[in-house]
Design a binder for this molecule. Structure first.
Ligand SMILES: [Zn+2]
Length: 416
């Protein structure tokens, strides 16, 4: 102990001196921003993306997105964009997005080439798409003119927890709906599983949206599908005689609430590790769903098809190929699904190539472990080729409406 004391004293002295020197040292590079029209970037609201910003000498606003990180992995992700500009009405602003160097499946790569559009809105409700300018060296810029003193900027039309709450509140008293809380997120938010229709219908379809927080497309698709099936017209009744719908509408609620990009609050990717039992401590969102699914399997009520809904820059059906004896049958059924999507919706993007496998996704894992025809469905966040238009909540809702017919015909075509 005696030998340690002088060392400790020395350490304290050194650190104390260093701290004092740091505090006393004047700033070496004065930062002057004179008369810039941007007053503030507000990120204090629901689903806002955490950012920090600074001004380049030419007046460009450099917006630094913050990464979220995956546990025990080099993976990191930024790319969620949702903030509000406060600036002089009529002023023109140039924003450059920084920190686009994501790491995905252990491979680093910039998402700059995937970042082609954003949406803007004065009220956070009515949105318009704006193309981004791509510059060399993975740089992406946005030019906007302020229509008023405030302007929201987002990657795609946001879908917040409050939007989901409103949606669920509006349908939950319908006699065709049953809402069950199957578990809680890391931060304790309730995970609702929505059943629509008669559990005794001959077929069951399952949808999950929003495993990745920045990707709201699936939520709009779910809304479109649910509203279509609740119309109570002749077609809806016909569809619901054939199948019952189960939906987990928002898996990564914590990430959505706090404006994260990809992982849950324990740094887990909720569209990974489906090749093994979920860890209830690190991924309670998946553990809850797994427990629900295993209950359904035990009751002889396993879903016949499952869609895991995502956004990316491609919009493909991700058909994974785990080594299961049912693989040829699965590929045949996915071909049927793709054909029906092309027939009834604006889907034209196609599916992944024959060598594709992405282990541990819900699509891959549910097929491997439960022999359920499960697939990841991406929705292109930049462009809808089939409509020659930018994506929007309305277009995704329309897609969901048409899915009602797709599932009806799918179950008519495949043998159980
Ligand atoms: Zn995703």
């Amino acid at each position: 102990m005696k030998t340690l004391t002088p060392l400790l004293a020395l350490a304290l002295t050194v650190s104390g001196t260093a701290l004092a020197a740091f505090a006393a040292e004047p700033s070496k590079t004065p930062v002057t921003v004179t008369n810039h029209p941007l007053e503030f970037i507000d990120t204090s609201f629901e689903n806002a993306s955490p950012v920090w910003y600074e001004f380049a000498p030419d007046g460009t606003v450099l917006v630094h997105l913050l990464y979220d990180h995956e546990r025990s992995s080099p993976n990191r992700a930024a790319g969620h964009i949702h903030f509000q500009l406060h600036a002089k009405p009529g002023s023109r602003l140039t924003l450059e997005f920084k920190n686009l160097d994501n790491v995905w499946n252990g491979v680093s790569g910039s998402i700059a080439r995937e970042l082609k559009t954003v949406v803007i809105s004065e009220d956070g409700r009515a949105w318009n798409s704006v193309p981004l300018e791509s510059l060399p060296d993975n740089r992406v810029r946005l030019h906007v003119e302020m229509p008023g003193p405030r302007l929201y900027i987002a990657r795609v039309e946001p879908y917040r927890l409050s939007d989901l709450d409103k949606f669920v509140a509006g349908i939950r008293t319908n006699r065709l709906i049953q809402v069950t809380v199957i578990g809680r997120t890391v931060q304790g938010r309730e995970l609702e599983l929505i059943r629509l229709g008669n559990s005794q219908a001959p077929f069951r379809v399952f949808l999950r949206a929003r495993a990745h927080a920045w990707e709201p497309g699936g939520n709009w698709v779910v809304e479109g599908l649910v509203r279509r099936l609740l119309k109570d017209d002749a077609d809806a009744r016909k569809y619901l005689e054939r199948y019952c719908l189960y939906v987990l509408p928002m898996a990564n609620k914590d990430g959505v609430a706090l404006g994260r990009t990809r992982f849950n609050f324990q740094g887990k990717d909720l569209n990974r590790d489906w090749d093994k039992p979920a860890d209830p401590r690190l991924a309670p969102e998946n553990a809850a769903l797994e427990q629900w699914l295993e209950g359904m399997v035990k009751a002889g009520q396993a879903p016949h098809v499952a869609l895991e809904l995502h956004n990316d820059g491609g919009g493909l059906l991700h058909i994974s190929r785990p080594p299961v004896p049912e693989l040829p049958r699965h590929l045949e059924r996915m071909a049927t699904l793709e054909e029906l999507l092309r027939k009834h919706t604006w889907f034209t993007e196609g599916s992944t190539k024959g060598s594709f496998r992405n282990s541990g996704t819900l699509g891959d894992g549910w097929l491997e472990r439960y022999r359920i025809d499960a697939v990841v469905h991406e929705f292109n966040c930049n462009w809808i080729s089939g409509l020659k238009d930018y994506p929007s909540a309305r277009h995704w809702q329309t897609y969901g409406e048409k899915l009602a017919t797709v599932f009806y015909e799918y179950f008519g075509a495949v043998k159980p």
